[in-house]
Each structure stands twice: as C-alpha cells, then as structure tokens.
Write a new protein. Structure first.
Lengths: 337, 365
C-alpha cells in the first residue's frame, strides 16, 4: 500500500470520487490549471478535464452559492476554499441556504456539497491565515462538520463526505498536511512517510462520518481532540507522563457521543483541546455534553486547552498555538483536581 | 465645483437624490487610453521630481529585495508578498496624494507604505514581528497602518479594502472636505462580489474614491483569462456609469498623470473613477510560490523591456540629472534599507502580554 501524505491522500480521494461518479466536480481558486496552492487538486484537470476540474474567480460567495445550486440539481461539487479564513463571504450561503434547503423543502431537496478548506495555525499565518472557525459551522443545524487528522482518514472521510447527501464542511488541518506535527516546533518535523496511518489504499473506501477513533488507550484521563491537536495531545501525554486515552473525534457534527461517554466513564477525567479561541469554541459544547452525561463519574473539573480569545497574532505563534506543554499542564491539573 | 460646499450641513436626506450634487454622468463611461506606444507621453520633466520618483521606486525595490532575503534567512515568518515590478504605481499615485487623503490596499502593501512615507524601519520591523513594528508585531506583512501617512491598511482578505475604501470616501464626503480615498486592488480581487456592491454605492452617492486596479495579470497561480470573463478591468464600472481609464503602470509619469486627472475628478464631486494599471510582478505571489504557471521567459521579457526603474534612467539623463546625484540616491537608499534591516533585527520581541492588548479598548482577559 502506498505511503501518502495528507495532500496526496486528499488528491486521491477527489480523484477516486470523480472517477466513480460523473456528477462529482472539483473547483476553487487556483485549483484547476495550477493544482491548488497546497497542491491538493494537482493533476485533476489534466485527468478529468476542464469541465470537471476548473478555476474559480476570487469570489467565495459565488463559489459556495453556485455549488449549492449545482448540488440541489443533482451534481456533487467538492469545492475548495483556499484558506478557512476566506470562507466568510460564503458563510451566508452555507447558513441560509445549504443548511436549510432540506428542511425548508420538507425533505424534497438536498444539498450534497463538500466544502474543503485548510484551517489552523502553527504556520505563522497571522490573523487571516491561521483561524479555526469550525464552531461557526457546528452551531448551524443542517451542516456537517468534520476534521481528519491523518492521511488514511482524510481520504476515507472525504469520500464519505462527497457521497453524503447533506452539506459537509471538511476542515483540513494544514499544519499536518506533510507530517504529524506534534507541537514541538523546535524539534525536527517527522514526515508522514512510513507512518501507519499514511498507508492509504488505492481506490474507494470510506470512513463513516460520526465515528471517533481512539488514538491511544489509557486509564488516567480522556482527551477529546481533533485535527493537529490529536498529535499535540499524544505528545503531551508523553510529556506529562499520564496514561491518557486520546480520542480523535474526526467528526464534530455528527458527534460520536457514545465513544466519548464510554471513555470518560472509564477514566473519570477529561481534557478538551482545540486551536480555536475558547469562548463559544467547540470545546464548550464538549464540556457541556460530558458534564451532562458523565457528571457522577467525573473526579475533577473538565479542563479546556484552547487558543486565546484574541485574533491570531503575527508575532506570538507559539504562545497562541496550544502546544504540548500547555496540554500537559492541563493533564496534570485534571489529575490533581 | 468645490466639494467643500457639499458636506451634509443638515441631517442627511438620502431620499432627496441630492446626496452629492455632482454633474450627471453620461450613460457611457468615457474610457481614455494612453498613447499607442503604451508609454504616456511624458509631460513636463522636472529633474527634481524625476529624481524623487527614482528614489522612491528604488527604495521600494531595494527594501523588497532585502525583505526577500530576510525571509529566506528565516527572520520573517508567514506570508510576505513583494511589490517588485509594480513600484511605479504606488510612487506615481502618491504624487497626487494630499494631506488628509486616504490610501488603502491589500496584502501586497510594503511598496504603498514606503511610497506614503512610512518609516522603512517600522515596516521592516513589522515583517520580523518586533515591538518596533508599525503594528507592534501583531499584524505582520499584510496588516500595517499609519494615521500620519493616511494609510488605512494592509488587508489580508482579498477585496475587503475596496468596500472599506468606499467607506473612507464617504467620510470624506460627509466632512465636506476635498479629500479623497485611493483604494488599490488586484485583477483577482476585482472579481469579489463586494467590489460591485461598492461600485454601486460609490456612484449612487458620488463618493470621492479612486479605484486603482493593479492588473499584474495573475492572481496567485491563475492568469486573468482563467478567472475573468472580461479582462478589460477599466470597464468594470461601466454598468454603474463609473468611467475608467487604462494606464501603463510601468511608467511612473503615465501613472502620475492619470492619477492627477482621476483625483481632480473625484475631488470635484463628480463621483468615483477606475484606473486600471497594467503592470507585472516579477517575484512569486508570495515567498512560497512554485511559479509553475508562467514561464521564466515571460518574466525575463518584462524585466528587461518594461522595468519601471530602468524606464526612468534615460529620462533622468535627458533632464540633465548627473551621475553623481543618481549615485547619491543609490547610496542613500542603500543605507536607509540597511538601517531598516538592522532595526528590524535589533528591535525587541514584543512582550507576550501584548497578545491580549488591542483586542478591545479595555482588555477583557
Ligand atoms: C477572501 C480571500 N480569498 C482568497 C484569498 C487568497 N489570495 C490571496 S492573494 C490572492 C490573489 C489575488 O490576486 P490579485 O487580486 O490579482 O492581487 P495580486 O496578488 O496579483 O497583487 C488570493 C487568491 C484571500 N487572501 N482572501
Ligand atoms: Mg494580480
């Protein structure tokens, strides 16, 4: 089985979907001729032609809205918003149209679009290239929001998203496109090559949306994380010397609540980690759910490790980015509490 | 007509249709073209002005070259978009800037800031994320500001500055001054929806805004023809009745002259205008650009035949500016840039507590 990085795995995912179903299209800024700024759509135009893999103008509202129109009429567009930070002109269309068309038509129409978008920090992108806006979408009923953390899941989840009859926001943690960055920014970065989760099958397979993956079994505490923070949490467990059970949520909506509850009931402690700012972040929802369902099993307050409630700064990358030290501290607090 | 007379003395009445009182425009916008040779027929050539143009363009060129080097050395992180090749636009347009006017642009902003007179030290230190930077290290390459220079940013979100610049122009109109705003954006940005919302409002309300489209023929890796139904960007205001002019953006004199005509028009209350500057960027879109979308030849061809700085050399010569004066400018620019680099490396890192300031007036943290 070939060892692929996340970019290659995503590329293979789109390619596989386009090969299997003529209704699948791929477009976005620089995604056609140029192959995408992160190269995720490289070669697709050559292989599938101009009508199925093409460039869109810099018009996020238009990209999202035309995709919705196409989808309502039976196509399955997989569009790229170059950075999640640029998605806001399309937010109106996602919230007001894509999320509600099924409901408002009494189930008669659906919007099977996939919006792929790289997100997150650790790349010195500053305030307009590092944000993690997932909770703006998890808040909207009718949208699905998913985040893969490795090449195998990236391809399988993308194929599931494209096949899904509902609109899916597919957030790609761009910091780990090329390797499982664990937040130790002063240590050499490991590439995906040779990693177990970089073994990506050729052809079609799906990773169902709504299933978490236990990345590490443990008995001391439960970590709920997604995207880059999965790798940071694994490094933090080592740093803290804690036998953590690290759960990669993979899908925020729908959420694998059973996996969460089973783990927290087992460990009695919970740490929630995300890059997005704290206030109204998805961690708030996770904390509330754990508290509602596992209250009598909790032996300590739930800990949250998040980005700060500030814009993503230019100069304080590693102060802002929740690294293994911060997560390890939270683990220690959870163990003491 | 003096714009000073037209500020909203009384509460504004948008329903009267008398918002600006500018002369009615003909339904077909006038589209003026530069001379067929592409080079604006140079008007009066003042040696001092020419030398200033040379100085300002060279400062940008050398500053950007050094910024590129610092980036390569890892001293500048993240995104960094160089202005090399486009210098004549910021410099020529600055000549028509009056105190109180506003300039606003996107992320390819270093050249505009230098042309506007911002301190190269502060700009370079912002690139390196130091406390002496123009945004205290919090904004980075794409996000810098200066009240003194009338520079309203540096914006990372493509197209946003067009609508913001329209709002700045509204404030000019509202205050009844004859100031105006200059909103710069690229050929790629010209496809954002908010650009057309802005065009409509600007013309509806006859706002004093000069829209300057810097058409460098590429938006990142996408050539204009691949993303634009029409590539005559000066015509983009036609359906709103906004006139446009296409200008040789590699010729600082042509830019200055077109800028002067445009500024005069918008200051007079006649409403917005579009200047399409035909230009070219020599470097990659940003520092991490594989440049697979154009040929080396194409870039070399532009550099060797259209360079804005090379263009001005024979004019300096013709105007009798001696080699010694040119050499003095070269030396001065060199030392200013060296000083900026030195400052950008020695200015202290910001205090991490600064992370929480400037989010609100009073910190909530
Ligand atoms: C809303 C938004 N969409 C996309 C981007 C990514 N992006 C940054 S620059 C750019 C190309 C812009 O090209 P153009 O307007 O021609 O300006 P140039 O870079 O050529 O100066 C793109 C797509 C962005 N920053 N913001
Ligand atoms: Mg351009």
């Amino acid at each position: 089985m070939p060892s692929l990085n996340m970019i290659q795995a995503l590329n293979s995912g789109i390619d596989t979907a386009m090969s299997a179903d003529p209704n699948v299209l791929s477009f976005g800024q620089d995604t056609g001729y140029f192959g995408g700024v992160f190269r995720v759509t490289d070669g697709l135009q050559r292989k599938h032609g101009l009508t199925r893999s093409f460039d869109a103008p810099i018009a996020e509202g238009g990209i999202v809205a035309t995709a919705i129109g196409m989808a309502v009429y039976g196509l399955r567009p997989c569009v790229e918003i170059q950075f999640a930070d640029y998605i806001y002109p399309g937010y109106d269309q996602l919230v007001s149209e894509a999320a509600k068309i099924r409901y408002r038509s009494g189930g008669e129409f659906t919007t099977p679009i996939t919006v792929r978008t790289p997100y997150g920090g650790g790349i010195f992108g500053g305030q307009t290239h590092s944000q993690s806006p997932e909770s703006l979408f998890t808040h909207i009923a009718g949208l699905k929001t998913v985040v893969p953390s490795n090449p195998y899941d990236a391809k399988g989840m993308l194929l599931a998203a494209i096949a899904d009859d509902d609109p899916v926001l597919f957030f790609e943690p761009k910091r780990i496109y090329n390797g499982p960055f664990d937040g130790w920014h002063d240590r050499p970065v490991k590439p995906w090559a040779g990693h177990e989760l970089a073994e990506v099958p050729e052809g079609s397979y799906t990773v169902p949306l709504g299933q978490a993956r236990t990345m590490r079994e443990g008995s001391d505490l439960t970590v709920l994380a997604y995207g880059t923070m999965v790798w940071v949490s694994l490094a933090a467990a080592e740093e803290a010397g804690v036998d953590a059970e690290v759960i990669d949520l993979r899908s925020l909506v729908p959420l694998d609540i059973d996996a969460i509850v089973a783990s927290v009931k087992k460990t009695g402690r919970c740490v929630v980690v995300h890059e997005a700012p704290r206030t109204s972040g998805y961690g708030a929802e996770l904390s509330a759910l754990v508290q509602e369902r596992c209250f009598h099993h909790l032996e300590a307050p739930i800990q949250r490790v998040t980005g700060w409630d500030t814009p993503y700064p230019h100069a304080f990358e590693w102060e802002y980015f929740p690294g293994p030290k911060r997560v390890a501290e939270a683990m220690r607090r959870a163990m003491e509490g | 007509m003096a714009r000073g007379a037209r500020g909203p003395a009384a509460p504004m009445d948008f329903t009267s249709g008398e918002l600006s009182g500018g002369e009615p425009l003909s339904s077909t916008p006038a589209v003026e073209q530069v001379g067929a040779d592409g080079r604006g027929a140079a008007t009066n050539l003042n040696p001092d002005e020419l030398l200033k143009f040379y100085h300002d363009m060279l400062l940008i060129r050398r500053f950007e070259e050094r910024a590129g080097q610092l980036y390569g050395m890892g001293l500048i992180g993240g995104f960094c978009h160089l202005y090399i090749g486009q210098e004549a636009i910021a410099v020529g347009m600055q000549q028509v800037f009056k105190p109180g006017d506003q300039i606003i642009t996107g992320y390819r902003d270093h050249g505009h800031m230098l042309a506007a007179g911002m301190d190269p030290k502060e700009v370079m230190a912002e690139l390196t994320g130091r406390s002496g930077g123009s945004s205290k290290g919090k904004g980075g390459s794409m996000h810098m500001f200066s009240t003194e220079a009338g520079f309203y940013g540096g914006h990372g979100i493509v197209g946003a500055q067009v609508a913001l610049g329209t709002g700045l122009a509204f404030a000019d109109w509202y205050r009844g001054t004859d100031n105006c705003s200059f909103a710069y954006f690229g050929d790629g940005a010209a496809n954002q929806g908010q650009v057309y919302e802005s065009f409509n409002m600007a013309q509806l309300w006859k706002l004093p805004v000069v829209y300057v489209i810097e058409n460098n023929q590429y938006a990142m890796g996408t050539a204009v023809e691949r993303s634009s139904a029409t590539t005559e960007f000066h015509m983009r205001g036609a359906s709103f009745g906004i006139p446009g002019e296409q200008v040789d953006g590699m010729d600082v004199l042509a830019v200055r002259d077109a800028g002067a005509r445009a500024a005069e028009r918008v200051r007079s209350g006649a409403g917005p205008i579009i200047l399409e500057m035909k230009t070219y960027r020599y470097r990659g879109h940003s520092m991490s650009d594989p440049a697979k979308y154009r040929t080396r030849d194409e870039v070399d061809q532009m550099r060797s035949t259209r360079d804005p700085i090379e263009h001005i050399r024979p004019l300096l010569d013709g105007a009798g500016v001696g080699a010694d004066r040119i050499k003095a400018v070269d030396d001065e620019v060199k030392s200013v840039v060296a000083e900026a680099v030195q400052f950008a490396q020695s200015s202290p890192e910001p205090d991490p507590r600064e992370l929480y300031t400037d989010v609100y007036l009073e910190s909530l943290a």
